[in-house]
Design a protein around this ligand. Sequence first.
Ligand code: GLY
Length: 416
Amino acid sequence: MKVLVVGGGGREHTLVWKLLQSPKVSKIYCAPGNGGTAKIAENLDLSDGDISGLLKFAMETKIDLTVVGPEVPLVNGIVDQFEAKGLRVFGPNARAAILEGSKVFTKELLSKYNIPTAGYHRFTSADQALKFLRSQKTYPLVIKADGLAAGKGVLIALSETDARQGIGQIMEDKIFGSAGDEIIIEDFMEGPELSMLCFVDSNSVVPMVSAKDYKRIGDGDTGLNTGGMGAISPNPLYDNALETYCLNNIIQPTLDGMRTENRPFKGILYCGIMITHDGPKVLEYNVRFGDPETQVILPRLKSDLFDIFNAIIDDRLDEIDISWDDHACATVVLASAGYPESYQKGYSISGLESIRTSTVFHAGTKINSNETVTNGGRVLAVTSTADSLERALSQSYKNIESIQFEGKTFRKDIGS
Ligand code: GLY
C-alpha cells in the first residue's frame, strides 16, 4: 500500500518510521518531509498547506492512505477535499477540526457541556477587552488569540500593564495576524500538565499511553513558549484513576458535545490538561498528534499503526486490539540557537551515524549534497527507550554529546 504523510516535522518523521513497520506499507511519500524522512521515504516538493497540489498528487499516484500531521491543513479542510474525491484520508474534517482552529469555539463548547476548564471572557474589540480590565483585580491572566498562530497565540499577563500591552499587540498590532480578530481572556491555572492523546472514531475512544511535554525554552520551565523541547512517556502523574476521570469528565463529554453540535470527531484527539487543585481541567484541544509527544508515544506502540488508521476511517476501532510496550520513552529536542525567535539555518550536522542507543527523529533538517544540515528551529529529537525514565533520559543525554552543529541548544532538565 502507498501512503502519503503530510508534514515535515519530528512528528511526521516518527509517523513515517512507525508506518514503515507495517508489512502492508510498501512505499511512503512525505510532503514536504525533512532530512530524516528523505532517508526512509520519498520527500515531495509540496508544502503541507498546498491542499490542491497534495490532492492532485494523491489522485495521480493512487495513494491508498493519506495521513495528515499538522493542524493547518486539517482546519483548512484537507480531509473534506480528499474525501470528496473518494480518497482515504486520516484525520478530522474541517467541522471537527475547529476544536483546535478556534479557541472561542472550544471554550463555548466546554462551557455549554459543563466540561472543566478555566473561566473566560471573549472579546471582539480591544476597547471591550480594555474596559474589562478595569474591573479585573486578579493576575496573572491568560490572553489567547482565537485562531491558529503556530502554537504561539497565548500570552500570560502578570499585571494590568502586561494585559493592556498584550491586548494591543494581539488585537491592534496583529502580531498573530487575523488569529487576533477575537480573543479570550481566561483565568490563570496552575499545576502540572498532562498530554492525553486518544484514537477516536465515530463509536469509540481509545486513550494512548500518557505523555508530558516541556514547552518552555529554558530549564526550570522558564523563557518563551516553544513547540516543545522534550517529552516523556509515561507521565509519572498518570494512573488508571486519572485516566478514568479524564475520559468520563473531559474526553467523552467533549466528543458527545461535538456529535450533538453536528460536528462528529474522528482522528487523533489531543487534550492538554492541567491538574489544578480543583481537579483536571482542559487547557486546550489539538486535533492531531503532538510534537514532540509523538516521538515518545509511537515507539511504545506495539500494534500496527496503518491498521489503526484504517480501522478509524472505517469506524472499526472497537474491533482491533491496541497494545503498548511497558518501557519508558524520553526525547530531548536539539534546537538552533535563537529559537523560538530568529535563528540561522544551513549548519552541517555531524555525529548522527554514530548513535546506536537512541533513535534520532529529524525535524528542521534537510539533505544538502549528501550532507544533513539544519533547516529549522527544532532540529532533532533524540529519543530513547529503556526500563525506566531515568535510563531513557540518560541514554538520550549521552547520545546528544555525539551530535554537533553550530548553535546546538537543548534543555538539560527534561524529565525532572
Ligand atoms: N507539544 C505540543 C503540541 O504538539 O501542540
